[in-house]
Design a protein around this ligand. Structure first.
Ligand code: GDP
Ligand code: MG
Length: 163
């Protein structure tokens, strides 16, 4: 059976950009405005000869912060229930936000493999900034740039090894 990989994280960290890179089709809507990816998107991908399904989460409702955070929690919980492997995307430009910490708290309890992808590491200088993400308490992380593709092969190697 093909594994299901879910991409979770707060808005604007680059989940849909990473998803599009994985599925090689622009299925998800990418926008710099928070909350623009309204639905869950499903795609198929393969790496190292392994085929898997990918879910891009982000059915966020634009509203009060409370609703917003509730939606994210719901999406993460859905992903945890539905997926075999979870990719938690965070953003090196913003650093750790309170919402990232909330998601990390949920993910620390999960028995499934969780991979932390520190996104927007577009150059070597930003790789050093990624160190703070150890504080999420999820162990080691991968640095990636969903825009230029750097690091994405390495995280996919690790993910497919876990299948
Ligand atoms: P989502 O809300 O988590 O799905 O995030 P999106 O994929 O919609 O991306 C949000 C913004 O971040 C967009 O303006 C993207 O172009 C930008 N972005 C995504 N990945 C990267 C990256 O690797 N580097 C940089 N510099 N920007 C990125
Ligand atoms: Mg999105």
């Amino acid at each position: 059976m093909n594994s299901i990989v879910a991409i979770v994280g707060r808005p604007n960290v680059g989940k849909s950009t990473f998803f599009n890179r994985l599925v090689q089709r622009r299925e998800a809507i990418v926008d710099s405005v928070s909350g623009v990816t309204r639905d869950r998107h499903y795609g198929k991908s393969d790496w190292n000869g392994k085929e898997f399904s990918v879910i891009d989460t982000g059915g966020y409702v634009v509203g009060s912060d409370d609703i917003f955070e509730g939606e994210i929690r719901k999406q993460v919980q859905l992903a945890i229930d539905e997926a075999d492997i979870i990719i938690f995307v965070v953003d090196v430009e913003q650093g750790i936000t309170p919402m990232d910490s909330e998601v990390a708290k949920l993910l620390r309890k999960v028995k499934k493999p969780v991979f932390t992808a520190v996104n927007k590491v577009d150059n070597a200088m930003r790789a050093a900034d990624a160190v703070e993400f150890y504080n999420l308490g999820l162990g080691d992380y991968h640095t990636i740039s969903s825009i230029n593709g750097s690091g994405t092969g390495e995280i996919l190697d690790a993910i497919t090894d876990a299948m």
